[in-house]
Design a protein around this ligand. Structure first.
Ligand code: PLP
Length: 422
């Protein structure tokens, strides 16, 4: 066997999430027509939105130089200059933020932006100190978990849980236990959050921003589902920006995940570092996503598509899924769902569940219902005595309503069965 470096061992030898994704993939490939895939993070295919992509590709092909611009040239590592300018202008005009193209970088999806940002800011420092990324709330996006090139990068704070309805709850930041020492490199959260659909309130964001500013560190906000695009954001809350804030965006959840287009807005020194990292890792990013949406960003139409089509589409799916859960779970056993304020998922909590979420996942898989067991999302806070970590599952509502309903019925049957000891 060949020897792997420390970085090689961190990045090249698999991870919990890779195993899970493989397992889901195999189950899906093996399964018959009855499989209920509620486990993925795939956005839905929305016909009106796909029609826009089709139209834009036809325009690019018809336009003089369109194909050449989209496919036959390397862009500069930080992104296409017209695209960077258009993004800066969109945010200036939409929100009044004082930003220019020097505040914008393109990466190969939001995922790559996070790999760059975490490894840029945290880990071993030149003077020997070690720094961590602070997650002010877990559960948090599993895709961050194994992104460190060298060592564990995360410290996470368990949330305050507020019961907001008979079957509803909401996580909040536990500011009393949020310790920000010299070893914190940045504070980071997704808004809306994958897996929970939580949107940290404007007051929480302002307070976290103040804490980051006082410590001279960045606040990173992941807007993969957020405002202003794709705007799968149902809460009454506002986008936030300040000079120490790093915002990430993506074209994935508006419907272009295969173009791998991430967009970062941040302080120029961070943006410049991301350009350097893109050059080293990949020379340049794909142009096609930027070229597809450029006129939509310039005209602001991307905001209309997000507000008028994408958001209502998912908000209705969320409403139907919550209604289905109320009907199907009823009062048969203890359950709660996190208030659905955005993203593509319902986060169910089964207080007192006698088996772990991993075991529930296995039982559901045998019944051809695929979900994501909740314990994966609690990285950075390893307290085995905190039962809550094993009592939750993530269920996607991006599928057809009938599939979601059938899946919820089987979830209810399995929970009843394990409560009655079978
Ligand atoms: N951040 C969050 C919270 C996500 O859910 C995802 C994808 O599911 C990403 C970032 C990365 O997405 P992409 O790399 O497709 O932009």
């Amino acid at each position: 066997a060949f020897e792997f470096s420390t970085i090689g061992q961190h990045l090249g030898t698999g991870s919990g999430i890779e195993e899970l994704m493989d397992d889901l993939g195999h189950a899906l490939a093996k399964g018959g027509p009855n499989i209920k895939m509620l486990g993925g993070g795939q956005p839905a295919r929305i016909p009106e939105i796909n029609a826009v992509w089709r139209e834009r590709l036809e325009q690019l092909m018809a336009e003089e130089g369109g194909l050449e611009r989209s496919l036959t040239r390397y862009d500069s590592p930080r992104g296409n200059p017209h695209f960077l300018e258009a993004i800066a202008k969109l945010f200036r005009e939409s929100f009044g933020w004082n930003i220019g193209p020097e505040n914008v970088a393109v990466t190969a999806g939001g995922q790559t932006a996070f790999f760059f940002l975490f490894n840029l800011l945290a880990g071993a420092m030149p003077d020997g100190r070690r720094k961590k990324i602070l997650l002010p709330v877990v559960p948090e996006y599993i895709g961050y978990a194994n992104q460190s090139a060298t060592e564990e990068l995360f410290r996470a704070v368990p949330p305050v849980i507020t019961e907001t309805g008979p079957h509803e709850f909401k996580y909040g930041v536990d500011f009393d236990h949020l310790e920000v020492g010299d070893d914190v490199a940045a504070i980071c959260f997704s808004r809306p959050t994958n897996p929970t659909g939580n949107v940290l309130t404007d007051a929480e964001v302002a307070r976290l921003s103040g804490i980051a500013k006082d410590h001279g560190i960045p606040l990173i906000i992941d807007n993969a589902y957020g405002a202003p695009f794709p705007n799968i954001f149902f809460a009454d809350a506002k986008p936030f920006w300040d000079e120490h804030v790093i915002l990430t965006f993506s074209l994935s959840k508006i419907g272009l995940p295969a173009t791998r287009t991430g967009i970062v807005i941040g302080p120029p020194e961070i943006i410049s570092a991301l350009g350097s990292m893109s050059a080293i890792v990949g020379l340049a990013n794909t142009n096609i996503g930027q070229q597809i949406v450029l006129p939509l960003v310039e005209s602001g139409k991307i905001l209309e598509l997000s507000n008028d089509i994408v958001r209502p589409f998912y908000q209705e799916k969320s409403r139907l899924a919550v209604k289905a859960a109320e009907e199907i779970f009823g009062d048969a056993f203890p359950w709660r769902v996190h208030r659905s304020e955005g993203a593509l998922f319902l986060w169910f909590w089964f207080p007192g569940l006698p088996i772990t979420s991993k075991e529930l996942y296995e039982r559901l898989k045998r019944r051809e219902v695929l979900v994501v067991p909740g314990h994966y999302f609690f990285f950075g806070h390893d307290d085995p005595t905190w039962r809550h970590r094993d009592e939750c599952i993530r269920v996607s509502f991006a599928m057809d309503e009938a599939v979601v309903r059938d899946g919820l019925k089987i979830i209810a049957e399995e929970i009843r069965a394990c409560l009655s000891g079978s």
